[in-house]
Design a binder for this molecule. Structure first.
Ligand SMILES: Nc1ncnc2c1ncn2[C@@H]1O[C@H](COP(=O)(O)OP(=O)(O)O)[C@@H](O)[C@H]1O
Ligand SMILES: [Mg+2]
Length: 236
């Protein structure tokens, strides 16, 4: 499975939010690093067909995702940066609702929901109202919703926002334990989120890729000892 971007660009008026972004994503975890405004969310919105690109191609298995339409959307799971919860719903009814939106069969969704609630350690809260959840619990519920229907490709936009330090560590472990035959993109401005789990890191600035490669390569090329330092050098 290869998700290929060729010269993908997006303008908002005079703002060049994404500028000829090209990359080949294979199975693995990709950390998309960049300061606020670098273009990470724009990239994800294009990859999920939420906004229209002005230029370029996004291909999966040789077909443009726009031509694949529903076939493509069935393969992806997207956790947007901004989320609105239905605070009055319970965790389980929220997941049922998302499963319904994804067009899942009732029986299959029921089984998966139980498994996913366990995976994100929310089983004991499944009938509790989401409105009373902590930030970390909400985030874990979002992850569960994103994983419904077992997508092959995951787009997680700032997934650790609002998590405390321990929850961040748990989240990293959780991500690295996910199946290895998925393409997983994690956008973040927090280097430590992806430091030890990313197979490849893409450093972005002003809609461009300024550097990409394995964390080791980035450290070597910048003669630094940590990804954090490498990132500082690259974005200086
Ligand atoms: N809907 C929008 N309308 C106008 N400008 C936007 C919009 N969304 C993003 N931008 C601009 O595009 C650039 C990239 O933003 P974004 O993709 O949100 O970056 P990031 O997710 O890395 O913080 C920024 O300059 C931002 O202000
Ligand atoms: Mg963003």
């Amino acid at each position: 499975m290869e998700l290929i971007l060729e010269d993908v660009s997006k303008n908002y008026g005079q703002t060049r939010a994404l500028d000829k972004f090209s990359y080949v994503f294979k199975c693995g975890i990709y950390g998309i690093l960049g300061a606020n405004g670098a273009g990470k969310s724009t990239l994800f919105n294009l990859l999920t067909d939420n906004i229209k690109r002005q230029e370029g191609r996004i291909m999966l298995g040789g077909r443009d995702i726009l031509d694949m339409g529903r076939d493509y959307r069935r393969l992806i799971g997207y956790m947007p940066q901004q989320q609105g919860f239905y605070d009055k719903m319970s965790a389980v009814s929220y997941l049922k609702y998302v499963a319904y939106l994804k067009g899942m069969k009732k029986k299959a969704s029921k089984e998966q929901i139980e498994k996913l609630l366990e995976l994100v350690h929310l089983s004991q809260y499944k009938y509790k109202r989401v409105g009373g959840f902590s930030g970390g619990m909400k985030q874990r519920l979002y992850i569960a919703a994103t994983l419904l229907d077992d997508p092959d490709i995951l787009f997680l936009d700032e997934p650790t926002a609002g998590l405390d330090p321990k929850e961040r560590v748990d989240f990293r472990t959780f991500l690295s334990d996910l199946s290895k035959d998925k393409i997983i993109l994690v956008a973040t401005h927090v280097v430590s989120d992806v430091e030890n789990i990313a197979d490849e890191v893409i450093v972005m600035k002003n809609g461009h890729i300024i550097k990409s490669g394995s964390p080791d390569v980035l450290k070597e090329d910048t003669a630094t000892a940590s990804l954090e330092e490498a990132y500082m050098v690259l974005t200086a």
